[in-house]
Ligand binder design. Structure first.
Ligand SMILES: Cc1cc2nc3c(=O)[nH]c(=O)nc-3n(C[C@H](O)[C@H](O)[C@H](O)COP(=O)(O)O)c2cc1C
Length: 195
């Protein structure tokens, strides 16, 4: 299966390295899109070495796909996967998805993924962030779209020392979720929008 992995700036980004490794060992193809802040936690070279593919970091810096059907990278990367997972998903990028912002490579690619392709979101953050009303609201907005498969974070002792929900599930569980994810229901049509 062709899996697109989005990585954002969270302490659990190191677990996405293991997710990549597990997916490759299981025979999947993996391509990785990182936010700029994700690169402060894990270097893109790690994902490049683990996946055997270049990492997309910037909407405006070319990372063409071989045999691509579009010369525009965020479109060709969005058309490539059979399944998408964003792990870890930061509170910041979660908010961007909920509001429809597309101001970096990851959020722009996610906007362009065809509706039939499942997109799994695995948020991970400090417990107070997870329980913040604005994060709850953003999650509710995402849930209402019926576009995403939302993965609950696990409860554990987090890197910040808090014990509670906010941890990224084990990479093996995430791999099972993304490879088993079925196409989400069709997005609700927006009426009154003219082309
Ligand atoms: C050490 C450290 C750990 C962090 N861990 C998380 C985290 O687990 N989840 C989260 O949402 N933000 C976390 N942040 C904050 C994000 O990195 C920050 O909100 C950033 O703007 C996210 O950018 P991005 O969504 O573009 O990747 C952490 C920041 C630092 C310095």
């Amino acid at each position: 299966m062709r899996i697109l992995l989005g990585v954002t700036g969270g302490i659990a980004a190191y677990k996405s390295c293991e997710l990549t490794s597990l997916a490759i060992k299981a025979g999947h193809e993996v391509r990785v899109v990182m936010t700029a802040n994700a690169t402060r936690f894990v270097g893109p070279v790690t994902f490049e070495a683990l996946s055997g593919n270049p990492v997309l970091l910037d909407t405006f810096v070319g990372a063409p796909l071989p045999g691509s059907t579009s010369a525009i990278d965020h479109i060709s990367w969005a058309r490539w996967p059979e399944a998408v997972i964003v792990a870890p998903l930061s509170a910041n990028t979660l908010a961007k998805l909920a509001c429809g912002l597309a101001d970096d490579a990851l959020s722009t690619v996610l906007m362009a993924v065809p509706s039939a392709v499942p997109v799994v979101l695995a948020p991970a953050m400090n417990t107070a962030m997870w329980e913040h009303p604005v994060v709850r609201r953003n999650l509710g907005w995402l849930r209402d779209l019926e576009r995403y498969v939302l993965v609950e974070p696990i409860s554990k002792r987090l890197a910040c020392g808090d014990v509670g929900p906010g941890g990224l599930p084990d990479p093996a569980d995430l791999l099972g979720l993304v490879t088993g994810a079925t196409a989400p229901s069709a997005p609700v049509a927006v009426s009154g929008v003219r082309s």
